[in-house]
Design a binder for this molecule. Structure first.
Ligand code: OAD
Length: 247
């Protein structure tokens, strides 16, 4: 039996599945990862772009960089990997996606239960009055200003040095500890607390599966490690699940 068929054996109508995703699942949509050869943090210093201090020091630079990333996300779309995870919901009791990505592609692909650990790039809020609001297209040296109090408006993402949303952490931790099968897909698992969830799941008795073309820090702890792109691996897994149902 190949690895996909063995993995499929663990997924039944009463199985609770949790999936941690990272930038790798969106790579085939055309969204750059962070730490690969052409990754964002391979080319740029996160300390110069992704912190509140830098935003206060240079709001034009940071706001325009996020506008660029928002446009890239809008111009591309979810790929077969995102779609397969959404469809997986038909084959088991529950599917919870815990994502480090800010592109909202899981929701766009149709996943119903998504926990965003690092926020998302679509929403923006005022740094003073905290009100969420749409921001206009920025030109030249524009910065987004709050329509209520006039202070700066920032993207609803987690920057370096900031706390992750506590509700998301609590839900993700519960999900990890209560699932039967845990997938880690397209993440280097070097950023905590996200990297802890697969280990928590395994320690609570879940089957731990990694899908990643490269080895990661998590690989030695996995029951199955699939060296494949996520779109290919997840589509193949879904095909096997469909055939199982037809039998
Ligand atoms: P990384 O760039 O660290 O890792 C991306 C992973 O995806 C690598 O392990 C690749 O081997 C893998 N990969 C690449 N192409 C793939 C494909 N087609 N299918 C499957 N896997 C593929 O990105 P993350 O692990 O998401 O945080 O990084 C975690 C966090 O670090 C990000 O959320 C971000 C960053 O700093 C914040 O900005 C707060």
């Amino acid at each position: 039996m190949d690895a996909f068929s063995k993995i499929a054996e663990h997924i039944k109508h009463d199985t609770h599945v949790a999936i941690l995703t990272g930038a790798g699942i969106s790579a085939e949509s055309g969204i750059p990862t962070f730490r690969d050869k052409d990754g964002i943090w391979t080319k740029m210093d996160p300390n110069q772009l992704a912190s509140f201090d830098v935003f206060l020091r240079d709001p034009v630079l940071v706001s325009h960089w996020y506008q660029h990333r928002r446009k890239v996300a809008e111009e591309h779309k979810p790929n077969a990997g995102h779609l397969a995870l959404a469809e997986l919901e038909k084959f088991c009791k529950s599917v919870t996606v815990v994502t480090q990505n800010i592109d909202r592609y899981h929701q766009k692909a149709g996943s119903k239960n998504v926990i965003e650990l690092h926020g998302n790039i679509e929403e923006n809020y005022c740094i003073r009055c905290k009100k969420f609001q749409e921001i206009p297209e920025l030109k030249d040296n524009d910065v987004p200003k709050c329509k209520y109090c006039g202070d700066l408006v920032r993207p609803n993402v987690v920057w370096f040095g900031e706390m992750l949303p506590q509700d998301a952490i609590r839900k993700a931790s519960e999900t990890a500890r209560n699932c039967d099968v845990f997938f880690s897909v397209g993440t280097s698992t070097v950023v905590f607390p996200a990297a802890q969830f697969p280990l928590d799941a395994k320690n609570s008795g879940a089957v731990l599966i990694e899908i990643n073309p490269e080895e990661t820090m998590l690989t030695p702890y996995c029951h199955y490690s699939v060296r494949e792109k996520s779109s290919v691996a997840l589509t193949q897994l879904l095909e096997i699940l469909k055939k199982k149902i037809e039998k």
